[in-house]
Design a protein around this ligand. Sequence first.
Ligand code: ASP
Length: 422
Amino acid sequence: MSWIKKIVSLPLYMQILLGMLAGVLIGVAALQVDGVLFVQHWIRPWGQVFVRLLQLIAIPLVFISLIKGVMGLKDISKFSRIGGKTIAIYLATTCVAVLLGLFLGLIVQPGKLVNHSRVAHIQENYLSVVEEKKQISKQEQDRGPLYFLNDIVPNNIVGAAADNSKMLQVIFFAVFFGIAALTLPKDKITPVIALFDGLNDIILRMVDYIVKFAPWGVAALMAGLVTDAGGDMSIFGALSVYALVVAAGMFFLLLGFYPLLVRLFTKMSIKKFIRAMYPVQLFAFTTSSSAATLPVTMEVVEKDLKVSQEVASFVLPVGVTINMDGTSCYQAISVLFIAQVLGIELALSQLLIIVLMTILSSIGTPGIPGGSYVVLTMVLTSVGIPAEGLALILGIDRPLDMLRTAVNVTGDATVAVIVDRK
Ligand code: ASP
């Protein structure tokens, strides 16, 4: 059994990749020996358990980290001068990143590259969802343009929290709660802040455990998908194009968007910025964690980019929590990709919800490797796409995670430079 030990001691991303390969092999083998039913009954359920665990933790994770994030702003009320500006710029850059993701996903349509006639099996499984989406598109034409506000403002928080597709309403409540708390005297809310700090740590530990289960979950989901697809491998071609689209988005942000912002809003030379950021990006790339990269980002931004300590010590930690441009762009592309593979058409209002959900939920994404898996299940469910679709992309996620983390930290540093120069 020493090989099991060896596998378990591999880094998690390698385990997930091996899980994906093992799942494909199991699926192909099952097709050869008439074992499809075995896979459906005995293997796939483990994948579904993995997805359910991710969904289970999504609402508590986002709810608690959002409230903690908003209430945390109180400590920095002395920075109110730069606080509002920082948050506004963060939201604006995230918005651009999501729109870029949507643009790329809609133009290239990587998910349409699967052989739809041969993966009809997959689509059959999701037929009811496809039908439902068509209905929604139709109904939408009869509704007014502001109907989507009903999807944001809940009339019952318990009801909203009990329905995974009502995430936006939970987010609304959390932000509202956090802002109301901010307006009260500090001594009144100190115990609440401590409570949410502790809860946040516990939830993050739970996420950690669930992500450890990912290699097994991905193997089971992949085996199920391969048997569904009846041996059609066009999905892998589509997957490569999807990865290229995500990479293109990331490079656009890194080499085009951020240098442009630096150029437009500061007097710093682009060359200096890119050169200084290089070690930070490398560190983020290798660790896949913007939280772990924070000390390096701080050091470089203060020492090499000469941002004042006052600004850096506020803008960067806040950025690690609420600003994830790479993650947001990737999520938009991924949601579209999964919908395209499953043959689900998304109505305009659903695209709008994706934009809103991605922007808001990136605030709740922890800056750890694979931090966005949980949040992605949530964005998927909020527009009614089956969260199992996640299995399609997790196997090749690590390199994309590395890239988006590099983008995330560069975004934070860019905003720090801009706020400082202002
Ligand atoms: N790994 C990313 C980060 O730490 C989060 C994610 O997109 O999964 O910034």
